[in-house]
Ligand binder design. Structure first.
Ligand SMILES: [Zn+2]
Length: 497
């Protein structure tokens, strides 16, 4: 997520004082990743023919046991009413029995859901569930043993709240994020990774949900005027019979933005379709957003490995924040309406940030409540990498505007439960986070820095990364002493030197 309002006066002031010497090498110095194949056999005898090395079979992500969500939704767009049946098929992927299932039911936060029924796979009604905040807890008569599967079906109605935000409607669009009951990851030591929202001064601080990769098969039907509706999703909607079907394999989230007014711009980039969605009045800004998404996609694919989806939707959204989802990013509407001064524009800063989350959030997950720096620090630093590659003359402006102007202080390994709320959270996880990456790169050198990041991304695909995994991977790449960097930016770093 990003919440960003530039302060132009301060920017002008700071631009006059160059706080930093340029630390950016020419773009050619960023090494291009090469795929590595581990041979299973090595030749030992010289007289025998050399065995042909065969790649080690790659295990399926989550051993192929990811949760399956099958969702059927009927949308009455103009009445802002949605009727949903959501079936969740969950496998116990741990070595311990599970006594109760937990679902995160986000729409309860806005009191905009009516749960018609909850049933087991064989149709048995579940009547003894209880609510703990916005979590639905279902006790299991017989614990779910390791490897066992359970199916639970929720039948519910959504009354979309009249609000700007990732879940709501504003008259010209419907934003459906976290709209179905989701199963959080289950950890053998900690249990369900289900957290409360962090609310300080009436603002949500960060994101509190932790997502496992899951398979989505979603069918959308409109009660009327289907021909008016445009659907933005993380995958391509396919019209079959009287409804749209959207499949997203191994998605962290499944989000829809729907409007009867969207104009779509499409662009093909190396087999990926970038789809820009905006209101017709700001279609020129949408062109810019799509162009920036293309540039970001090219750069980050080079640095962190290929983008593994065939669609990336870039959506103008009626919100005061920006948000990443799997295969889809929501960019706040005002950035389209007030677009100016490229490349010193909000779109230039934020579109790359949210595109970066396709690697660190979607592909490589993390505990967003307890270790938000794992995706937000790199997402913020990736903005600098974007300027370094495409607009090097404006890189110093970026550091001044985005980081130094806010005088950030504090350690970056904070949770979202932070007394100072949103401003302190951004200063630490994002801005100090970007400075951490800058200093780490300086300490270990460009070549090791970028080969580490590529390895970290690829070795944690479809997993939930931790700070410990981050530092373990880093230590495999370098013997350099970067302890002063750790002391500067971390309070309690597990696995760090
Ligand atoms: Zn972010």
């Amino acid at each position: 997520m990003t919440n960003y309002k530039p302060t132009r006066k301060l920017v002008l002031l700071l631009c006059a004082v160059c706080l930093l010497a340029a630390c950016s090498p020419p773009q050619e110095e960023i090494p291009t990743p090469t795929p590595s194949i581990t041979p299973t056999a090595t030749a030992t005898a010289t007289l025998t023919p050399t065995p042909v090395p065969s790649p080690t079979p790659t295990p399926l992500p989550l051993d192929g046991k990811q949760t399956q969500y099958r969702i059927d939704a009927t949308i009455n767009y103009y009445n802002r009413f949605i009727s949903v049946t959501s079936q969740s098929i969950f496998t116990n992927k741990t070595n311990v029995p599970i006594d109760e299932m937990v679902f995160i039911v986000y729409p309860t936060i806005f009191q905009s859901i009516f749960m018609r029924s909850v049933k087991l796979g064989d149709g048995t009604p579940v009547d003894d569930y209880r609510w703990e905040g916005h979590h639905m807890v279902i006790p299991l008569e017989t614990p779910l043993q390791p490897g066992e599967q359970i199916t639970i079906t929720h039948d519910f109605e959504l009354y979309m709240p009249d609000r700007t935000g990732v879940f709501g409607q504003t008259g010209r669009q419907l934003l459906l994020s976290y709209w179905y009951p989701t199963i959080p990851p289950f950890d053998e030591q900690q249990g369900w990774l289900a957290y409360d929202v962090s609310l300080v001064n009436s603002m949500f601080v960060g994101e509190h949900q932790v997502f496992e990769s899951a398979d989505y098969d979603v069918t959308i039907k409109f009660t009327d005027r289907a021909e008016n509706m445009v659907i933005a999703a993380g995958a391509m909607p396919v019209f079959e019979d009287d409804s749209y079907r959207i499949s997203l394999p191994l998605g962290r989230t499944f989000v829809l933005a729907i409007s009867d007014s969207y104009k779509i711009i499409t662009r093909e980039v190396d087999g990926v379709q970038i789809r820009g969605f905006s209101l017709p009045e700001v279609v020129e800004s949408s062109e810019v957003a799509v162009d920036l998404a293309e540039k970001a996609l090219r750069l980050y694919s080079e640095l962190f490995g290929p983008y593994e989806r065939d669609v990336l939707s870039v959506v103008q959204a009626d919100m005061g924040i920006n948000m990443e989802f799997d295969g889809l990013i929501l960019i706040q509407s005002s950035f389209y309406w007030l677009y100016r001064d490229p490349p010193r524009s909000d779109l230039h800063i934020i579109v790359p940030h949210e595109v970066l989350h396709q690697w660190f959030f979607s592909l490589v997950g993390n505990n967003q409540a307890m270790e938000p720096w794992l995706d937000e620090a790199i997402a913020t630093y990736a903005e600098a990498l974007f300027y370094e590659r495409y607009f090097p003359e404006d890189l110093e402006w970026w550091w001044d505007t985005r980081v130094h102007a806010h005088l950030p202080a504090g350690s970056i390994d904070t949770s979202i439960y932070i007394a100072g709320g949103v401003p302190e959270y951004f200063n630490r996880a994002y801005r100090r986070g970007a400075l951490f990456y800058r200093d780490l790169r300086e300490a270990i050198g460009d070549e090791i820095f970028f080969s580490f990041l590529l390895d970290y991304a690829q070795s944690h695909r479809y997993k939930i990364a931790t700070g410990e995994g981050f530092f373990n991977t880093l230590n495999q790449h370098t013997n350099a002493d970067y302890s002063t960097v750790i002391e500067e930016y971390f309070t309690n770093p597990p696995g760090a030197p």
